[in-house]
Design a binder for this molecule. Structure first.
Ligand code: NAI
Length: 245
């Protein structure tokens, strides 16, 4: 267990999958949580109720992370509701179409890059001055091993995740002397809605021979959100069962 008592965390895309597991695990370790969702308010409310049952504060916000102004409004509303923000988890993401690069369109490019890379930028951009003012803050960005080595058929997704890695390392350098860390989790295959179609085919290619659970990713996220990781910044940490050794 880590001591996140009275810390305030925002987790984007937390109505299901990895985001949900991270929000719950942060709450189990004492944090109050602002959950964001895009389409499924009902599911987000279920997660919120689970968090409230742990005697933590939780509020649900609808926000498209790809939209600069909406993310600004989100951060302002979280500050109004919780008074401060200590932890940001940029989890929201999409894979886009699974196709060879020459079959992809300009719109395919924009939707994946705008959600994954611009979404991460938008959130970090608006939280940046708050963390600077507080002289503290933890940023945890969810990339993918696709952003380290690339995946055929997922070129835009891979590029978006590689972009998140370089962006994170850059702001880690900007923020390190201000008591703020920024680290990246790079999952391999995780058992969520995102991998429903590929799960049976990929199992054998993973040295550990099974997909990660969302909780495997959340275990690392709570460590990176805690003061136990204060001397770690700009790291890209794979949670991939040995996939990319
Ligand atoms: P998921 O599809 O279950 O959840 C993604 C969440 O992001 C959903 O709640 C969705 O509503 C939200 N979202 C999508 N677009 C959004 C937008 N424009 N604004 C706000 N929210 C938006 O996927 P999963 O598996 O939980 O993925 C979470 C993160 O982990 C993603 O960034 C994904 O790329 C990354 N990841 C997942 C892996 C996997 O095998 N499942 C592997 C490597 C990385």
């Amino acid at each position: 267990m880590y001591n996140l008592n009275n810390k305030v965390a925002i987790v984007t895309g937390a109505s299901r999958g990895i985001g949900k597991a991270i929000a719950l695990k942060l709450a189990q370790n004492g944090a109050n949580i602002a959950i964001t969702y895009l389409g499924n308010k009902e599911k987000a409310m279920e997660v919120c109720n689970e968090i409230k049952n742990l005697n933590r504060k939780c509020t649900v916000f609808c926000c498209n992370v790809a939209d600069f102004d909406s993310t600004k409004k989100l951060i302002d509303n979280v500050i109004k509701e919780f008074g401060t923000i200590d932890i940001l988890v940029n989890n929201a993401g999409i894979t886009g179409k699974d196709a060879l690069a020459f079959l992809l369109t300009s719109d395919d490019f924009d939707s994946v890059i705008n959600t994954n890379l611009k979404g991460t930028f938008n959130m970090c951009r608006h939280i940046y001055p708050i963390f600077i003012k507080n002289h503290s803050g933890k940023i945890i960005n969810i990339a993918s091993v696709a952003g380290i080595s690339g995946i055929g058929g997922q070129s835009i997704y891979s590029a978006s995740k590689a972009g998140i890695i370089a962006f994170s390392q850059s702001i880690a350098k900007e923020l390190a002397s201000r008591g703020i860390t920024c680290n990246v989790i790079a999952p391999g295959f995780v058992d969520t809605d995102m991998t429903t179609n590929v799960k049976d085919n990929v199992k054998n290619s993973i040295p550990i021979k099974k997909l990660a659970s969302p909780e495997d990713i959340a275990n690392l996220a709570v460590f990176l959100a805690s003061s136990d990781s204060d001397y770690i910044t700009g790291e890209i940490i794979k949670v991939d069962g040995g996939l990319c050794i």
